[in-house]
Design a protein around this ligand. Sequence first.
Ligand code: PMP
Length: 413
Amino acid sequence: MPIDQPIYMDHAASTPCDPRVVGAMLPYLSSSPGNPSNRNHRFGWEAAQAVESARKQVAALLNASPHEIIFTSGATESNNIAVKGIARPPLPLGEDGRAQRGQVRAQISSPSSSRPHIITAATEHKAVYDPAHTLEAEGFDVTYLTPGPKGAITAEMVEAALRDDTILVSVMWANNETGVISDVPAIARLCNEANVAMHTDATQWVGKMPTDASRDGFDLLSMSGHKIYGPKGVGALYIRDNERTRALRAQTEGGGQERGLRSGTLNVPGIVGLGVACEICAEHMDDEAPRLAKLRERLEKGLLSRLDGVHINGAEAKRLPHITNISFERMDGEALMMVATDVACSAASACSSMAVKPSHVLTAMDVPEQMALATLRLSLGRSTTEEDVDYAIDHIATAVSNLRALAPLLGLG
Ligand code: PMP
């Protein structure tokens, strides 16, 4: 039966805003226009109060202290501040007391100083992976851990890569393509013992799984509003109040907001929405995770029973309950996306300069190129029902079977 609009199974890409989030944001888009940095009138105070109240809501979700939270434009910016901000040395001050910018590169790459070492993973989101490459170009030595087929980064892998000159370890908590979970608390314990700053990109984890800054040990954590039923364009960075994060350097200069670490007028409606989204996630988490795990199992079992040559990437590892990453043998990924249009999901391949490339995450998990190119990521969310899952199974299984049957006729098989 045809449907009005595709079934949304792309919650790892973005989630719809909860109506309660939208309601809380509305006044700050119109009747309450104050800039929280302006303390000269009621509107400014109101905005500042709203921001501080959201800071408490975000901190509560992480069991952190409000003063350890700064607001950003999303997880991309949080990751950039954390990774570059820890790595790049404080700017030397000139006689006039101003920063001497030209000296930084020289400072890192001078033959007399060692090249400080950073550990991250080949499976990181580009928002960590690319900053790590930038730092490499600036003279840092970067180790990219590769997880192999399971997809998880373990404390043992990090331990084997740690050196006396390691200054930062950045490992994502849960992977955005596969949902595979790495043991961040164990990695953080190791880093604490070695006195190395530990950052985690927890964009897919936070709000879905319990997070406790006082128990889990990370020094820095990135999160984003639009993955947790909040607005797009807003996020937060948790910065533990300790010696390792004290030298964190701002990557954007300007008005000095957010303790000087993230200049720019605060996105008050977005921040208010993020705060409410955090509160709602805390309410839903205990029920939602097992519900989604059951639906995901139904989806995977359904596809495995209808089709041969189906592989669930990362199935051997612990995974977030709502993401599945499925490769199909004897299939052209692009053709599949064009045919299975009733289910809105992601292809785990990226188009760049007209060439379709396999995902760097799947490549790091040793998934063969043809399979990596014929992969779908389906991610479920609060509105997903059993009927949606059954429809998706039937729609995808039919599309794959039809394409496989057609392939020899089209000269593709
Ligand atoms: N990290 C991960 C793991 C993500 O999934 C995403 C979003 N795809 C980001 C970072 C970037 O987040 P934002 O869109 O908030 O910049």
